[in-house]
Design a protein around this ligand. Structure first.
Ligand code: ZN
Length: 493
């Protein structure tokens, strides 16, 4: 496997080129993670799945992979998507929304959506990153980076914050094509912050002593900008120059452009050698939006009965570099294929028939073709087709499956699962069995309830309470209702 070349489209050089690693056989890879102000939608996950397939392909090629996927839990402003570092923190805004009412504070909100994100990540069978760093746990490094950038002449302080001067970095715009010239032409009519030298200058630090998450810095109370967190965390865990960086196509500008400017100014070295961006997801032919009613989170779809592996299958069924249309039919087709894998997996596990290995050579070839397809700029449609062809071969054998054929089949399914994550979900398999309801004789419970009712009638409340406590210890909770006392086993509450 070691001699195979892994080709990927590079946004910077605008061509498909071999993915090279600075250290032979060791990929250092950073993928921008979610901003945890709400549940991640399936479009976000399409981009994370691209990263997951890159990790899986590299591992299948026998590379070592160090994969970092961060959590943005502070500093992502509503205006950051247009490079002016204005607007409000997305988490603060979320706290004031209807959904935000159930949280006591912004920290709780961040924690809730982080946990939900990690759960969705596991349910869609993505492999865990080596590190999942949080912006709020790297504030000190971000402050130091801002100071360093001022010292090196790339940033300046104003009454409202610390800003990166894009004019100080002539290569600004080389990734997205949004050069300073273009940006000046697109300059907006309202200049929000007069203290900024140029409209495109972006915040490394925002001064704000009212912000719900704030830290003390040499610039006063405030919080770090969104872009600096990724520069700092990529450097901390992967070094000055990383091999690969990915994100959604909406991350390309300004986020990734700003990361390059910051990191290269800080280290004087190239920041990243290969950039991968996943195109948008459409749902039923339209841009996903809440007003159109086609805005799906992973949990929305699961609540509607979708199998998490089928969601995964549908989301990787198109080439990442092209927009994908996610449809109900596509999800049903994916479900049918997931069922095929489950059946094949069951089939190879229960074989007693002696005979020859009729499948080994063909399955080996199909696996190789699937891996080749992924190594060729993540051609998932071809990889999925090759994998399915193998599953069909196993299914076609049915009752005739011999022990050696089944062993080849199992090896194939294991390797396809490692490569594409579509045969079985490690999340489902790891889920702990639910504790069994306590075995307490219902007649005993009823008689205790009757005894407690008697005690209450004769105003022996101490006895009544003692009975409640006794049942509680057995895992039985009593509920007094207008029509009498009911009981429920606590593990089923
Ligand atoms: Zn990022």
């Amino acid at each position: 496997m070691g001699d195979k070349i892994f080709r990927l489209y590079d946004t910077m050089s605008k061509q498909v080129k071999p993915l090279e690693t600075r250290e032979p056989g060791h990929l250092r890879f950073y993928a921008c993670g979610p901003t945890v102000y709400s549940y991640a939608h399936i479009g976000n996950f399409r981009s994370f799945l691209t990263a997951d397939l890159i990790v899986r392909t590299a591992k299948a090629l026998d590379w070592k992979v160090t994969f970092v996927n961060n959590i943005t839990d502070v500093g992502h402003l509503t205006g950051d998507d247009v490079a002016d570092s204005e607007g409000e923190d997305k988490l603060e805004k979320a706290l004031r929304s209807k959904e935000g009412e159930s949280f006591n504070n912004v920290w709780e909100l961040a924690e809730h959506y982080t946990a939900a994100f990690e759960q969705d990540w596991q349910r869609l069978n993505l492999q865990e990153p080596n590190v999942r760093p949080k912006a709020t746990q790297h504030v000190r490094q971000q402050i130091l980076a801002a100071e360093d950038l001022i010292e090196k002449g790339f940033a300046y302080e104003t009454p409202t914050g610390v800003y990166y001067s894009v004019e100080s970095f002539p290569k600004y715009g080389k990734l997205s094509g949004n050069t300073q010239e273009n940006l000046r032409q697109a300059v907006r009519e309202v200049v929000v912050d007069d203290n900024k030298r140029a409209q495109a200058d972006f915040a490394l630090w925002k001064k704000d002593d009212h912000h719900l998450m704030q830290w003390y810095s040499p610039f006063g109370w405030g919080f770090p900008g969104w872009h600096i967190e990724c520069s700092v965390m990529a450097r901390e865990y992967l070094g000055d120059t990383i091999d690969l960086h990915s994100g959604g196509e909406d991350n390309m500008f300004p986020h990734h452009e700003c990361e390059i400017a910051q990191s290269e100014a800080l280290t004087g070295k190239p920041f990243c050698n290969h950039w991968v961006h996943t195109r948008f997801l459409q749902v039923n032919g339209e841009k996903m939006s809440k007003s159109l009613g086609n805005f799906y989170t992973v949990r929305d779809l699961i609540a509607k009965g979708a199998d998490p592996l089928a969601i995964r299958y549908a989301l990787i069924s198109g080439i990442y570099g092209k927009p994908l249309n996610f449809t109900d039919q596509g999800l049903r087709d994916a479900q049918a294929n997931i069922e095929r894998y489950r059946k094949a997996d069951e089939l190879v596990a229960n074989v007693t028939k002696e005979g020859e290995d009729k499948l080994g050579a063909t399955l080996e070839e199909l696996y190789d073709q699937a891996l080749d397809a992924l190594a060729n700029d993540l051609n998932t449609p071809v990889a999925l087709a090759k994998a399915l062809e193998g599953a069909r071969l196993i299914l076609r054998e049915g009752e005739d499956l011999t022990i050696p054929s089944a062993a080849s089949g199992k090896r194939f399914l294991d390797r396809i699962n490692d490569l594409l994550g579509i045969v079985r979900s490690s999340y489902e398999m790891a889920e702990a069995p639910k504790p069994a309801a306590p075995q307490v004789d219902p007649q005993l419970i009823e008689s205790k309830i009757a005894e407690r009712a008697e005690a209450k009638k004769s105003k022996d409340f101490a006895r009544a309470d003692a009975i409640r406590t006794e049942l509680d210890a057995l895992g039985i909770e009593l509920r007094d209702t207008p029509t009498g006392t009911e009981w429920v086993a606590k593990s089923s509450i």
